[in-house]
Design a protein around this ligand. Structure first.
Ligand code: SAM
Length: 281
């Protein structure tokens, strides 16, 4: 009886092991969204250089392979870095590479699904995935990343989100800067030299980093020229009373603050301005 029970026990544990293996295989088949192909080291260096990685950055590589991007970010740019990969073998390689480079104190590797990683702390996100995976990832990037975060992709773009920069060294490298959200209606106030106090209503249409502002004060309309948004840095020009007023500000949630430059050369005068969000379009 005892022998039969033992045999039955062994059969059950074999079945449990088999089921675990099958579920791991299914998970692997389901989540290996991209095959392993390493980025050439020269391209890694260019990606991090283009992202202007510094010591105060936190770099996350989504699908880190053998960890070369996080290890390079830590070893040669002084940054802190995190790599995630679904494949435990790659994570073991990454950890060995971090150890060999002497950067285990500044890099971390996690085995897991990149779609489940909390990326809110990143100031730089790197990836070498596939076009459809980049697109699937895009809403998560917009939900989680702070304005100004740089996103660098080896080889693949991100649908209709135009890159801020495309650079080619052996391979194509795409760079985006996460734009602040500025779409909506703003009350813009400034005391302008040669004009006096102004309180414009500014309407801003936005598609990713491309913005189209339009200003109005009482019944007068003003074109807004050369609008730019780079992360949370916004700039534009309004011509009022025959003078170009160049606005340069920083968006922080529902406020924009900065300076207006009026006039040119030694005649340039700087005055402060502020804008407050007053609603949606
Ligand atoms: C093209 S390789 C890039 C490796 C590395 N980032 C580089 O540039 O050298 C893509 C990596 O993503 C990993 N991967 C695929 N699907 C994943 C997922 N859902 N979550 C995390 N890693 C994934 C693969 O195991 C592979 O190592």
């Amino acid at each position: 009886m005892r022998v039969a029970a033992k045999a039955r026990g062994a059969g059950v544990s074999r079945l449990v092991a088999l089921l675990a293996l099958l579920s791991a295989a299914r998970a692997a088949a389901q989540f290996f969204d991209v095959p392993y192909v390493p980025t050439p080291q020269v391209v890694v260096d260019e990606m991090l250089r283009l992202a202007e990685v510094r010591a105060d950055d936190f770099v996350i590589d989504l699908g880190c392979g053998d960890g070369r991007i996080p290890v390079t970010a830590a070893a040669y740019f002084g940054a802190r870095a995190l790599g995630i990969d679904i494949d435990p073998g790659r994570i073991a390689e990454s950890q060995a590479n971090a150890k060999a480079a002497g950067v285990t104190g500044r890099v971390e590797f996690r085995q897991g699904n990149l779609f489940e990683l909390d990326i809110r702390k990143a100031t730089v996100v790197t990836m070498y995935l596939l076009p459809d995976i980049n697109l699937k990832l895009r809403p998560r990037l917009f939900d989680a990343l702070r304005p100004g975060t740089r996103i660098v992709s080896h080889d693949f773009s991100m649908g209709d989100w135009k890159p801020d920069r495309v650079h080619t060294v052996q391979k194509k490298i795409y760079v985006w800067v996460m734009p602040a959200r500025v779409a909506g209606r703003w009350k813009l106030e400034a005391d302008l030299p040669g004009v006096g106090a102004r309180s414009y209503e500014l309407e801003v249409r936005q598609k990713f980093q491309e913005i189209e502002p339009f200003a109005r004060e009482e019944k007068r309309n003003y074109a807004v020229w050369e609008p730019r948004l780079n992360g949370s840095a916004i700039s534009f020009i309004i011509v009022d009373n025959e003078l170009a007023h160049r606005y340069e500000g920083v968006v922080e949630g529902t406020r924009i603050e900065g300076i207006v430059r009026t006039g040119a050369g030694t005649a340039e005068v700087q005055t402060p301005f502020r804008a407050v969000r007053i609603g949606d379009l």
